[in-house]
Design a protein around this ligand. Sequence first.
Ligand SMILES: Nc1ncnc2c1ncn2[C@@H]1O[C@H](COP(=O)(O)OP(=O)(O)OP(=O)(O)O)[C@@H](O)[C@H]1O
Length: 132
Amino acid sequence: MGGLPPRPREDPRPLKGVWRSLGYAWEGVLYAWRVQRNFRLEAYLALLALGLALWLEVNPVPVLLVSALVLSLELMNTALEALADLVSPVFHPLVKRAKDTAAAAVLLASFFALLVGLYLLLPPLLGRFGLS
Ligand SMILES: Nc1ncnc2c1ncn2[C@@H]1O[C@H](COP(=O)(O)OP(=O)(O)OP(=O)(O)O)[C@@H](O)[C@H]1O
């Protein structure tokens, strides 16, 4: 395990600290990408939805916002799972509550993202194929 980084006020080069923080955050993204199949699936779906929005000339901002919400919640879920496994590697009802609730947050956001995607993209998509 690596040592802890210097505390912000003790760091003689604060800007270097910002880059270091970005590096740690990127490590988190790579970790989630490696171990979480759902994170990869959600990232691919977000790219697909963004590509469709651009192709259909639909405002891509809502797609970006809901994608950011789902992916961020998946990262938080991954973080919570790691902590829960550290605290209680064996079955504990409270860990079950915590993990299930964190997973529910991702599920809920994904459901609403799907609704936003369908509402925004389906009508112009059907129009492109002459089905509207
Ligand atoms: N230590 C534990 N104590 C109690 N229940 C647990 C524990 N670990 C896992 N569970 C239960 O199993 C479910 C799945 O947990 P797990 O950590 O495997 O996540 P997951 O849903 O498979 O997520 P992912 O596939 O994203 O890793 C949890 O939602 C919870 O209900």
